[in-house]
Design a protein around this ligand. Sequence first.
Ligand SMILES: NC(=O)c1ccc[n+]([C@@H]2O[C@H](COP(=O)([O-])OP(=O)(O)OC[C@H]3O[C@@H](n4cnc5c(N)ncnc54)[C@H](OP(=O)(O)O)[C@@H]3O)[C@@H](O)[C@H]2O)c1
Length: 304
Amino acid sequence: MLRRVTRERRDRVVVFGGSGFVGSRVRELWDAEFELLAPTHAELNVLDMRAVGAFLDAAQPAVMLNLAAGAHVDAAEAERGHHHGTVYTLNADFPGRLAAVCGERDIYLVHISTDYVFDGTQAARAYREEDPPNPLSWYGETKLAGERLVQEAHPGACVARIEMPFSGRAHARSDFARTCLRRLEAGEAIAGVTDQRITPVFLDDAIHALRRLVAERYAGLIHVAATNWTTPYDYAHAIAGRLGLDTDMVQPTTFEAFSATRPAPRPRYSWLEVTRFTDQFGPNVLRPFEAGLDAWVAQSTSRV
Ligand SMILES: NC(=O)c1ccc[n+]([C@@H]2O[C@H](COP(=O)([O-])OP(=O)(O)OC[C@H]3O[C@@H](n4cnc5c(N)ncnc54)[C@H](OP(=O)(O)O)[C@@H]3O)[C@@H](O)[C@H]2O)c1
């Protein structure tokens, strides 16, 4: 589980959740640059804090990236109100305890959160970090509790909220772009909500942004998303158009009609403003949605 420690401590990064959708790409993109230690769930159950402490004592990383989570929004709803359930324990208690453990060991922590901490009622402008959260789903509620516990336990930690990452790389967990592609290639219709606002981020851009946060040891809350918004309908339509698929198979629907089909309530205007990030790191890390989609098309069609 623990590779031989060869480099300087500052280059040693532990990733929890490294087998997941985001984590598997972090491992690919950061492997050459860092000494990455990414125990699988089978190797280390992150809810066993004694084992986590022992792992970190042995590894002595400079940086901890926490991607371990109960990230299935609809499944999480079955545990609504259960503060001892797996979802709350994983998304709230565990990050708080991890932050304390990292703080005690002088380990810089980046913890990942979500736009689902907001209720999505704000139509006039995208959400800023300082806007009051008000999650609708149990997933969002547990993630918000996790954010707060991390910040209380480790003021030097970073909480990065990411939104709808999409990737052309294959993973068991699909995302909106790959779901669209699969359905459209199969000749199946896909519903696209027209009256919603979202800021989906190309996964590689998000990971590049996390890399910058790590380099700067950025402390505090920060949004990582596309620099402009789209709608799910325009998103699906753009995929069909770019790949020469039948745009008529993208069928417009309303947020209200779509929401009625999902177990978990979702935010309607689920858009994140990234000015805090671009002010700090410049305009070339996070990109407009369309540029991210172009990169996704190139990645999906080259299958690299
Ligand atoms: N994907 C999105 O659309 C999205 C959007 C916004 C924010 N986020 C956030 O981004 C982060 C990463 O999400 P993701 O999409 O990569 O999730 P994911 O694919 O579901 O991955 C979750 C990871 O956590 C691991 N894990 C779960 N319980 C564990 C335990 N007890 N011990 C050790 N490992 C455990 C999983 O391993 P096993 O599978 O082996 O259990 C997996 O590697 C999460 O914080 C999520 O809330 C994701």
